[in-house]
Design a protein around this ligand. Structure first.
Ligand code: ADP
Length: 429
């Protein structure tokens, strides 16, 4: 019996024997039929494309997802069958097409957030893997795409995100009102209360502040996750931004007896792979420009600084700035308890808190560093921590650096079109 890839059940049929068809015992001893049985049974779309971009194999699930008739889909260009689009439904440029990338780079490509416009003009969310097949010279001779329609999962994720956003937004309002009334009750100018009531109300006030912060962080992290974090990027000079922030924050640290310093131009750390050596003898330019939203960067530094103050019982907090011609690197260093190495990689995940006596007594949500990472990734940057137990921690941020010429050009463009590119740090540079 000839075993046709599309013979039984047809594309999109998901019955017990449906898309997989049936195979006799004899079929399973024939090498070619064995291959067909396997590929026919897979519920993910599988497409084999040759080096001319022509589809050589397409399983029923792939035909169903792309909405192409099974018997038409082979021997035609993959570009006609798989139209990749961005979130807004606009066709991707040729250079962004996953197959183009794989044939160019010869490396495995994975995209969990791909979008495809199928033949019925329906936009689907895809989880996609494209793997190159290489000859002995390392040349790509073919590529295999394995993909799955994840539209439903993505819609459910968006709904969950919406629920968290709406709930935290709605809850912030009454919490702010409670916090306000508690503050009034604690204000000796407007209320008279005895010491015991003051003690209770102070505790209630601090718990309410914590709750308010939790709702605010939940809202921000839900937005960060589904890409709705507002961002108005512009040219930002990190040096002046950091100096300003250090001055604004210094008071909270000094109140706790911590020494605060701001250093520019030297670091005993090296840049990571994106930047080369920081201390490699290159001229350190006095101005460190980047393209980002200054208010968002302020949020990140404030968060790192607040953590440094919160977790450091005594010593010093240093805000530092360095870089080379490609990278701006800045950091917040403290002389606090440090972070165990097994926790360091997880700190930037949602709700992660190191489980030790400090975090058990010091309040927090475990969302701050997650939000910091999401913000820094918006600007193609990287954030990480280096720490030594008992000595302290340094949180580093690398952002792509603009040359002065690039910065001036972008500023001139922003000045000519103020509605298109508002300046991010509000300093008008
Ligand atoms: P939290 O609200 O708990 O501070 P974050 O996301 O800002 O949440 O930080 C996550 C965890 O990382 C904290 O709970 C704490 O355990 C650890 N951490 C963050 N900053 C420091 C620091 N400067 N020193 C020691 N531990 C820190």
């Amino acid at each position: 019996m000839a075993f046709n890839l599309f013979k039984k059940g047809g594309p999109g049929s998901h019955g017990k024997t449906g898309a997989a068809g049936t195979a006799t015992a004899a079929d399973l001893h024939d090498e070619k039929l064995k291959f067909e049985v396997i590929i026919n049974s897979i519920k993910d779309g599988v497409i084999l494309v040759d080096d001319q971009g022509v589809i050589q194999v397409c399983n029923p699930a792939a035909a169903a997802i792309t909405a192409w008739p099974a018997d038409e889909v082979t021997k035609i260009s993959v570009q006609s069958v798989m139209t990749f689009v961005d979130e807004k439904g606009e066709a991707l440029q040729e250079s962004q097409n996953p197959f183009t990338i794989v044939f160019k780079n010869g490396e495995h490509y994975r995209d969990n957030k791909a979008s495809l416009l199928n033949r019925d003009k329906k936009q689907l969310a895809l989880s996609l893997d494209v793997t190159p097949l290489l000859d002995t010279d390392g040349k790509v001779t073919a590529a295999i795409a394995v993909f799955r329609d994840v539209s439903q999962e993505r819609a459910e994720e968006a709904q969950r995100g919406d629920f968290i956003s709406t709930a935290s937004h709605e809850m912030r309002t009454p919490v702010a009102a409670i916090e306000g009334y508690l503050a009034l009750a604690l204000n000796a100018k407007v209320s008279t209360i005895d010491n015991r009531a003051r003690d209770y109300l102070e505790k209630a006030h601090s718990a309410t502040q914590h709750l308010g912060q939790l709702f605010q962080d939940l809202l921000t992290s839900a937005k960060a996750e589904d890409g709705r974090l507002t961002s108005h990027p512009g040219v930002v000079e990190i040096g002046s931004l950091l100096e300003q922030i250090t001055n604004d924050l210094r008071f909270a640290a000094e109140k706790k007896g911590l020494f605060v310093e701001f250093t520019v131009g030297s670091s005993n750390s090296t840049l990571d792979a994106t930047g080369g050596s920081a201390g490699g003898g290159k001229t350190v330019r006095p101005l460190y420009y980047t393209f980002a939203d200054g208010d968002r960067l302020r949020e990140v530094i404030t968060n790192l600084f607040d953590n440094a103050v919160k977790y450091t019982p005594e010593g010093k907090i240093t805000i530092g700035l360095t870089g080379d011609d490609k990278v701006v690197q800045y950091y917040v260093r403290d002389t606090g308890p440090g972070i165990p190495p097994e926790d360091a990689d997880h700190l930037f995940q949602k709700f992660y808190r190191v489980d030790n006596s400090a975090t058990r007594t010091i309040g927090g949500t475990g969302l701050g560093l997650f939000i910091c990472r999401k913000i820094i990734e918006l600007y193609q940057g990287r954030i990480w921590v280096e720490s030594e137990l008992g000595k302290g921690s340094t949180f580093y941020i690398n952002l792509p650096r603009l040359t002065t010429q690039q910065a001036e050009k972008l500023q001139a463009e922003a000045a000519a079109n103020p509605q298109l590119a508002p300046l991010g740090d509000g300093k008008g540079i």
